[in-house]
Ligand binder design. Structure first.
Ligand code: KIV
Ligand code: ZN
Length: 502
């Protein structure tokens, strides 16, 4: 068995499905470029048939991102497969990923078909995909609740029809690790040709076992793992990329399997995905949580001071957690600033650059040490606003004991300026109501939180929220040293997603 495990990242497809996440083309491209820097083997860029926006995003990623295989998802029907191919055909290394459910529950109740029909659809879908593209992945959805003999038959037909990758999904996160490991082993023994293709797994986290199940599959011979950054994904999410990768890295002597991931890019990738999706990372999340490498108890810190290996099984630098780097001061000029942004991998247009530079200067006035993390947070705020977006120009609030909170907010859009004043239960509520008056959308605030980007007293504040607007749920995120401004930016970030889709 080869020791290499391929990392298939589905952050832009399965990871984009949870409520409130809605990435535009620019955001998807930015994440895909970071995934390429992380050196994932495959990027699943989307599900092109689902919307013109997703089609456009997949097409842009396929045209621009070099290095990883670029794949797109398609149900086992001609229209989906042709659309997926249309989106990825310009990729350096395209792959079509087609799927159909194989459990009786799904076949009878969801698809309203028979097993024979599904078998015929599998063959037709893989052949059609193969007609477009040499690299074809096939997934029998809900494999872990499928009849084993039938599953073997479907997989065999997919391979005979030309599939180069077979992916076994635990779609509903139901399997236990030893069951899933046995399924992989049994399939390898039972299905002709399975050892000649890539054998992949795709585990969901409904019982918190996605990573354990993926690992057990690898131990039993799988050589591709499908996963997402920060474990994002449908319901409880997918297997977390950073956890799979760092388990294989840290426990190489026991497991003997390697990935091609540039682990030093993990932290930055996690932050970018969190910023752009508006899904914060829990503090105690393995590998990328704010506390993952923090030691606070007296005994632990004492041990760490004597020898780091007492309580540290991974070097934080291995996942790209450098100590806060002092990068630029308030006297730094445009040239140095632009060079530094380019070193970080960002190419901003002139307008984006000017706005980012102005915010950097304001921050540098308040905060002696501006770090890369601060800059990434500001850039995520500034450059991902669509052209049709409302922008925050300025605002004032008045509040205090015995005063009704009042806010005046000035916004601009396409050169036009709007200003409204409103009162509310508190200064943030008043500011949101002033925005509502301008934009005229009815919103329901589902969640709202404020935190700090970095730990210092002068840190940038980060606001995260989710809104319900009509049938849609959207998340928003904003940063500023002023928490009302951060909240307003988060609110506009969410609203703009709906405005730009109109
Ligand atoms: O969870 C699942 O079964 C999927 C397939 C489309 C691979 O996401
Ligand atoms: Zn899935």
């Amino acid at each position: 068995m080869s020791e290499r495990v391929y990392i298939f990242d589905t952050t832009l497809r399965d990871g984009e499905q949870p409520p409130g996440i809605s990435l535009n083309v620019r955001e998807k491209l930015e994440i895909a470029e970071q995934l390429a820097r992380l050196e994932v083997d495959v990027i699943e860029a989307g599900f092109p048939i689902t919307s013109p926006g997703d089609f456009e995003a997949v097409k842009t990623v396929a045209q621009k991102v070099r290095g990883p295989v670029i794949t797109a998802l398609a149900r086992a029907v001609d229209q989906d497969i042709d659309r997926a191919w249309e989106a990825i055909r310009e990729a350096e290394r395209p792959r079509i990923h087609t799927f159909i459910a194989t459990s009786d529950i799904h076949i009878e109740r969801k698809l309203k078909k028979t097993r024979d029909e599904v078998l015929r659809m599998t063959e037709a879908a893989v052949r059609r995909a193969k007609g477009h593209c040499p690299d074809v992945e096939f997934s029998p959805e809900d494999a872990t609740r499928s009849d084993f003999d039938y599953l073997c038959k479907v997989v065999e037909v997919a391979i005979e029809s030309g599939a180069t990758v077979i992916n076994i999904p635990d779609t509903v996160g139901y399997a236990l690790p030893d069951e899933f490991g046995k399924l992989i082993r049994d399939l390898k023994n039972a299905v002709k040709g399975l050892n000649e293709v890539i054998l992949s797994v795709h585990c969901h986290n409904d019982l918190g076992l996605a990573v354990a199940n993926s690992l057990e599959a690898v131990v039993n011979g799988a050589n591709q793992v499908e996963c997402t950054v920060n474990g994002l994904g449908e319901r409880a999410g997918n297997a977390a990329l950073e956890e799979i990768v760092m388990i294989l890295d840290t426990r190489y002597r026991s497991l003997g399997r390697v990935t091609g991931i540039k682990t030093e890019e993990i932290t930055r990738t996690s932050r970018l995905v969190s910023y752009l999706t508006g899904y914060p990372v829990q503090f105690n999340k393995a590998i990328v949580g704010a506390n993952a490498f923090a030691h606070s108890s007296g005994i632990h810190t004492d041990g760490m001071l004597k020898d780091k290996t007492t309580y540290e099984i991974m070097n934080p630098q291995r996942v790209g957690l450098a100590q806060c780097r002092l990068i630029l001061g308030k006297t730094s000029g445009r040239h140095v600033f632009r060079r530094h942004l380019e070193d970080l991998g960002y190419t901003l247009n002139d307008e984006e650059f000017e706005r980012t530079f102005a915010r950097f200067k304001t921050l540098a006035d308040k905060k002696p040490q501006v770090t890369d993390e601060d800059l990434e947070a500001i850039i995520a705020d500034e450059i991902y606003v669509g052209e049709e977006a409302y922008r925050l120009e300025n605002f004032t609030v008045s509040c205090g004991t015995g005063i009704t909170p009042q806010a005046t907010v000035r916004l601009s859009k396409n050169g036009e300026v709007f200003e409204e004043t409103a009162t509310g239960d508190g200064p943030v509520d008043a500011a949101f109501k002033a925005v509502d008056k301008t934009i005229g959308l009815k919103t329901n605030l589902l969640s709202f939180s404020i935190g700090a980007v970095t730990g210092e007293k002068e840190a940038l504040g980060e606001a995260n929220l989710q809104l319900e607007i009509g049938e849609r749920r959207v998340s928003g995120r904003g940063v500023s040293t002023d928490i009302i401004e951060a909240s307003l930016r988060a609110y506009l970030n969410a609203l703009n997603k709906v405005v730009s889709d109109r």
